[in-house]
Design a protein around this ligand. Structure first.
Ligand code: SF4
Length: 324
C-alpha cells in the first residue's frame, strides 16, 4: 500500500469501533477556535467554502485502504479541521456509498447547518455527530471562540432544521469545560435545546487530551454524571474505549505510530491499543522519533502524551523531557 495522505487508521474509537478517519481539510482550518481543541489553536479561521481537496483524490485513497482488507467498522470524516468547509464532501459520501457498504459517519461542528447546501451534503451519511457546547452567546464565545460571522441562535436553528430533513441518527456531543459552560443555567439551556433537536443520543464529554489552552480544566466524572441527570433525552457520559483485536496495515511500525501522533496527542497505552503492538515496540520507536526531533512530549492531567511539532501553536509543558 502506498503512503496515505488523507486517511488514518483504522483506529479504535470509543464510539465507532474501528474507524477509518478521512481528513478533507488542511490542518487547523476551522471556523471555531475551541479552547479544548486537541489539535491546538486554529491557524486558518475561515468561513470560506471550497473544494480544499478534490473528491477523486479522497475516494482513490479510501479504495486503497478498503482493498487492503483491514477491518473497518465506520468511515469517518474528521481530522484536522471542519470538514463541511469542503464543498466536495457530498460527492465523497456518495462515492463511498457506491464503493462499499461500510457506514459513513461525519464529525462536524454543525455551525454551517443553517446553509441548505451544507445540510444536503450530509443527507447520505449514516451517522452525524455534531457538538453543541453552549446555547448562550457568552458561553459560546468563551468555549468555542467562533468566527465573527457565526451566531449561536442561527447555529441551533440550523441543527434543528437538519434534524427534520435528515433521515439517519444524530448523536449530539456536548463537551464541558470547568467554569466556562458548566453553570446550572447553561446546562438547563443545553438540556432544553437537546430535547428540541431530538437526537437519538446525547453524549457528554470533557477535556481528556492536551487542549489548545493550558489554563482550561476538565470536569470530573462525578460532575458529568450529575449533569447527565439534568437531561431528559437518552444521554450518556462517554466511556473510554476498550481494547479489541485489529489487523495490522502494511506500513512500518514507525510510520503507523507517527501517522497517529501527527493526528492528535496520544499516550503510549493508546498507541499500543490502537496498533496492536507491544509496549516495547512502541517505546523503542517513540524514543527514536524523539531523538530525531520528529515528535515531542506533552504532559496533561498527569499523563504523558506524544505529539507533533507540526502543531506549533499548542502550549507545550514539557518538550522531549525538558521543561520549557
Ligand atoms: S474542536 Fe473541532 S470545531 Fe473546535 S476548533 Fe478544533 S477542529 Fe474546530
Amino acid at each position: 500500500m502506498s503512503k496515505l495522505k488523507y486517511t488514518f487508521g483504522p483506529v479504535p474509537s470509543r464510539r465507532l469501533g474501528y474507524s477509518l478517519g478521512v481528513d478533507i481539510i488542511p490542518m487547523k482550518t476551522c471556523n471555531l477556535n475551541c479552547v479544548y481543541c486537541e489539535l491546538g489553536r486554529s491557524t486558518d479561521m475561515t468561513m470560506t467554502l471550497k473544494e480544499y481537496i478534490p473528491a477523486d483524490v479522497i475516494l482513490a485513497e479510501i479504495k486503497q485502504v478498503i482493498d487492503s482488507g483491514e477491518r473497518i467498522d465506520y468511515i469517518t470524516f474528521s481530522g484536522s479541521g471542519e470538514p463541511t468547509l469542503n464543498t466536495a464532501m457530498g460527492d465523497m459520501i456518495r462515492g463511498i456509498k457506491a464503493m462499499t457498504d461500510i457506514p459513513v459517519s461525519v464529525l462536524t461542528n454543525g455551525t454551517l447547518f443553517y446553509m441548505p447546501e451544507v445540510r444536503e451534503m450530509l443527507y447520505d451519511a449514516d451517522l452525524v455527530i455534531p457538538p453543541l457546547d453552549a446555547v448562550s452567546r457568552e458561553a459560546f464565545r468563551k468555549v468555542d471562540r467562533p468566527h465573527g460571522h457565526l451566531d449561536i441562535e442561527r447555529i441551533v436553528e440550523g441543527i434543528i432544521t437538519f434534524r427534520h430533513e435528515y433521515k439517519g441518527p444524530i448523536w449530539l456531543e456536548i463537551l464541558f469545560v470547568k467554569d466556562i459552560n458548566d453553570s446550572p443555567q447553561e446546562v438547563k439551556l443545553l438540556a432544553e435545546v437537546a430535547e428540541k433537536i431530538d437526537a437519538e443520543l446525547v453524549q457528554l464529554n470533557t477535556i481528556v487530551r492536551p487542549p489548545a489552552e493550558s489554563n482550561v480544566e476538565p470536569l470530573t466524572e462525578v460532575e458529568l454524571e450529575a449533569i447527565r441527570t439534568r437531561f431528559h433525552c437518552k444521554t450518556e457520559v462517554i466511556a473510554h474505549f476498550k481494547r479489541d483485536d485489529a489487523m495490522a496495515p502494511d506500513l512500518s511500525h514507525e510510520d503507523r505510530i507517527y501517522d497517529l501522533i501527527i493526528r492528535r496527542p496520544v499516550t503510549c497505552d493508546e498507541l499500543v491499543a490502537s496498533l496492536s503492538l507491544t509496549s516495547e515496540i512502541v517505546e523503542h520507536h517513540v524514543a527514536e522519533m524523539l531523538d530525531a526531533g520528529r515528535i515531542m512530549t506533552s504532559e496533561y492531567s498527569g499523563e504523558l502524551y506524544y505529539t507533533s511539532p507540526r502543531q506549533k501553536n499548542r502550549p507545550v509543558l514539557v518538550e522531549n523531557g525538558k521543561s520549557q
